[in-house]
Write a protein of this length. Structure first.
Length: 190
């Protein structure tokens, strides 16, 4: 390898005044685990930043490293886990161990109006955090599907999206128009 890897827990990042938060799975082994910034330097990030740029939430349509000039506005990006899990499959205890960090991020985002769960793990983690924070009266976790919109409380909506992983994008499970529609919905809710 000709690059030095970050190789430690990856923090969330974005606009501290964000009204939208994205909850992904975990740092990619050769993306965020390498660059030290969520969704930066891998194919999932390419999909995400293209969609965010198209919707007006990112200053550029790609991100290759932490200091590449990318700025995010009105959006914050985090993940269920802070470290790259083996085979990209976090264990339930890994998700639980990282929960305090995402809970604190949610508490600090005072203008939050939309939460987008990327993939089932991102969606379920987002809902579980909102429930733990007592921000919803919903008794059970909503069923995940792409494009699902759940009213969490009068001010907050949870949206589900397929994760922009290569497994989903290469197979056509997630297409560009499908992914862009999620951010269009989020923007409309603002």
């Amino acid at each position: 390898m000709d690059q030095e890897y970050w190789g430690k827990p990856v923090p969330g990042f974005g606009d501290p005044d964000a009204r939208i938060v994205l909850v992904g799975l975990a740092p990619g082994a050769h993306g965020a685990n390498r660059t030290g910034r969520m969704f930066t330097g891998d194919e999932s990030g390419n999909w995400l930043f293209r969609a965010l740029h198209k919707a007006g939430f990112a200053s550029q349509s790609s991100s290759t490293e932490r200091n590449d000039g990318l700025t995010i506005k009105n959006c914050y990006i985090t993940a269920a886990c802070r470290c790259a899990p083996p085979q990209n499959k976090p264990l339930p205890e890994e998700i639980r161990n990282c929960r305090p960090f995402i809970l604190e991020e949610f508490r600090l985002l005072k203008n939050l109006r939309v939460v987008i769960g990327l993939g089932k793990i991102g969606f379920d983690t987002a809902f579980d955090c909102l429930k733990e924070l007592q921000w919803t009266d919903l008794k059970s976790r909503p069923k995940f599907s792409h494009g699902t919109m759940v009213k969490i409380n009068p001010q907050l909506t949870l949206i589900g999206s397929y994760h922009p992983s290569q497994q989903n994008t290469f197979t056509g499970t997630l297409t560009g128009p499908m992914f862009n529609s999620v951010f269009a919905k989020a923007k409309k809710l603002l």
